[in-house]
Design a protein around this ligand. Structure first.
Ligand code: NAK
Length: 124
């Protein structure tokens, strides 16, 4: 049994999902980010702009949690339409440093009809 406590990072109180989930949870030296989905992006229906924006948000959350894009272990990418795979990859490529994290990409319905979402796990 672990004696470690999880640390739940605070969500912006103005975020529409405040109170539902934490943006990040740290347990031991592992950081679990809540999925970032494109309804929060300024251009929510543009796959390239939304991908860039969400990966910027991922980077901010990781830095806030004491991690970084270079310490990402696993990414799950959710696409509403797998036809966006190439455009998403072109923006995604190179965002995580020299060693690309493990990744799974799934076509899926997403909250608020988002076109893309990123679920990231990293270490400290
Ligand atoms: C957007 C998100 N992370 C959720 O679970 O609704």
């Amino acid at each position: 049994m672990s004696t470690e406590e999880a640390k739940y990072l605070a969500i912006n109180p103005n975020h529409p999902n405040a109170g539902i989930y934490s943006p990040a949870v740290v347990f031991g030296n592992v950081v679990y980010l809540s999925a970032k989905t494109s309804w929060i992006a300024p251009e929510p229906d543009d796959i390239r702009a939304a991908t860039a924006y969400l990966l910027d948000q991922v980077e901010k959350e990781l830095l806030n949690a004491g991690s970084s894009m270079h310490k990402v272990l696993k990414v799950i990418v959710y696409l509403r339409d797998m036809n966006d795979y190439v455009d998403m990859n072109e923006v995604y490529t190179g965002r995580f440093g020299k060693n690309a994290p493990a990744r799974t990409t799934i076509e899926s319905k997403l909250p608020r009809n988002s076109i893309v979402g990123f679920d990231v796990t990293a270490y400290l």
